[in-house]
Design a protein around this ligand. Structure first.
Ligand code: B12
Length: 473
């Protein structure tokens, strides 16, 4: 590091940046899942820390502090910038929080990143309280933005890749650039979160405490309900297996981690890297159990055997539908036979299966949904959930629904399918009936009780136990 960089870092230390999630949406009827530490925001925080800023973090999705307390926090911390994560479901929360920040400190710069900011930055910039939107990967963009602003260089700030803002002649949107070598990204700033407030357990994993990790970015598939390609591009980048092991060892040493949930949408997409990672896990004899999410067409017997030896206990599969017609309609590009074959292989290698189905997809009929229920029983997963489909902005199905007019508007930017047969409200009854039909059989109850132990079983039944509402998260 040059002396110049040093003095720059010293100057930045005096600059506080608060990064935060917003409180959950008021009408939070579609999501009853677990509050996991916000990993994307932790990456943003660690990048800012590495650049020298004094970073504070508030996971208000977990804490649910009222705006009066957020304002008090701004007064106490006096940050130069607040960086907020915004999903389409928390858009309204984000706007009201930005207003509160400006009320507490009008000169505080408000920057919004995350999914909604990546897809529809102009909707955020239409609010004068929001100064910048960051599209795509946040680490480099916010660091360059905050560094330029700390130096008072507005021109530089407005030209950072991935930044959208109001310029002299209208809105500016600089296309994002991906970080080529992901290993450059520091470990997520877990030390800035009150980890003790999270329950640090993962469904189906006996090992505790358990934490989340995200090891790759990007998806090559083209499912109509998902818009992550717009955020991460259509290639998949990832950390090197060595970097992943390094982070696991760091988690074990600092936080006593025994279990990991890899929250990537397709953990096994980079097959060779996955194998290398598993071999390293075995070689290092890590005392670790883990869960991951992937697609049925991204595993084979050799890989499953290796994953099982490396400590993989459960795989979550987005099965989405048992009807080939529906699978085709949503661009899933998988067939029910593939699902059956993969579930059999998982069982053979001692890996539990969990799966999610969506109901209420465009052009899906009630009869198609019954096909999914029947199929769920046939593949016999260890856990299964039926989520009502919600369309998120900029995804193919969202745009098609807007055109067809066959939808109910659930919130500013969230749509659900409406047909002559059903709408969002009536689907709730179907969802409940399917849940009961699958889970409330003596066989499933016994199976679950055995797996969870009677105490956890009772606790989970009382608290809901639904993980994610639309199967796409
Ligand atoms: C794992 C996951 C979850 C997990 C955990 C999320 C967590 N704790 O972080 C759970 C199951 C809890 C979950 C819940 C939901 N999820 Co989810 N989830 C994902 C998934 C698969 C990975 C997210 C992730 O961790 N990525 C890795 C990290 C590194 O990336 P990141 O979080 O996006 O953060 C980066 C950038 O977004 C940006 N960034 C993020 N915040 C900020 C803030 C600032 C200031 C800046 C500058 C940048 C920035 O920089 C980060 C680092 O590069 C994504 C799909 C995907 N591949 O992205 C869907 C996804 C994010 N989820 C989605 C949805 C819809 C939901 C739910 C609303 C589902 C529901 N119906 O309940 C809930 C809402 C929860 C919430 N807190 O708002 C959508 C969001 C769409 C949208 N337009 O809002 C996605 C994109 C999936 C999809 N449908 O396409 N989810």
């Amino acid at each position: 590091m040059t002396p110049n960089q040093n003095s720059n870092n010293e100057a930045l230390k005096a600059k506080t940046i608060l990064v935060m999630t917003t409180a959950p949406p008021e009408k939070d009827t579609w999501y009853h899942g677990k509050r996991l530490p916000p990993i994307g925001l932790m990456y943003v925080a660690s990048a800012l820390e590495k650049a020298g800023f004094n970073v504070k973090m508030l996971d208000n999705y977990l804490m649910n502090k009222p705006l009066s307390e957020v304002k008090q926090l701004i007064t106490d911390l006096n940050p130069m910038m607040v960086g907020m994560t915004c999903g389409s479901a928390t858009y309204a929360r984000c706007v009201e929080t930005a207003k509160a920040v400006k009320e507490a400190k009008p000169s505080c710069i408000v920057t919004v990143g995350g999914w909604h900011a990546s897809y529809l930055p102009e909707t955020l910039l239409s609010h004068p309280e929001i100064d910048y939107a960051v599209m795509g990967e946040g680490e480099r963009a916010i660091t360059q933005l905050a560094t330029a602003l700390a130096a008072g260089d507005l021109n530089q700030a407005q030209s950072v890749a991935g930044v959208a803002c109001r310029g002299k002649n209208g809105n500016i949107q600089n296309p994002p650039k991906f970080i080529e070598n992901m290993d450059e990204i520091p470990y997520p700033a877990r030390h800035l979160l009150p980890l003790e407030l999270y329950d640090r357990t993962i469904e189906f994993l006996d090992a505790k405490p358990a934490d989340v990790m995200s090891i790759s970015r990007g998806c090559v598939f083209n499912c109509g309900f998902c818009e992550t390609r717009k955020l991460w591009g259509n290639i998949c980048r990832g950390f090197s297996p060595q970097r992943v092991i390094g982070e696991i060892e760091d988690l074990q040493a600092k936080y006593g981690t025994k279990g990991i949930y890899f929250i990537n949408d397709n953990f096994t997409l980079r097959k060779e890297k996955t194998k290398e990672l598993c071999r390293l896990m075995i070689e290092k004899k890590l005392d670790l159990e883990w869960v991951c999410d992937t697609r049925v067409d991204l595993v084979d017997e050799e890989l499953l055997e290796l994953m099982s030896k490396a400590g993989c206990k459960v795989i979550w599969f987005g099965v989405e539908s048992g009807s080939e017609k529906v699978l085709q309609r949503i661009g899933r590009n998988t067939k029910p036979e593939q699902v059956e074959a993969t579930f059999k292989l998982c069982k053979k290698h001692g890996i539990k299966t969990a799966c999610s189905f969506m109901i209420g997809l465009p052009d899906e009929t009630l009869a198609d949904m019954e096909v999914s229920l029947k199929f769920a029983k046939k593949i016999d997963p260890d856990y299964c959930m039926f989520n009502i489909f919600i369309a998120y902005p900029d995804s193919r199905l969202y745009n098609e629904m807007l055109q067809s007019g066959k939808y109910t508007q659930l919130d500013d930017y969230l749509l659900s399918v409406k047909t002559d047969e059903y709408d969002f409200e009536s689907l709730k009854a179907v969802q409940w009936r399917f849940f009961k039909s699958f889970h409330m059989t003596p066989r499933q109850i016994l199976k679950r009780m055995k797996r969870e132990g009677p105490l956890t079983f009772a606790k989970r039944r009382l608290t809901g136990g639904v993980r994610k509402a639309n199967g796409t998260a």
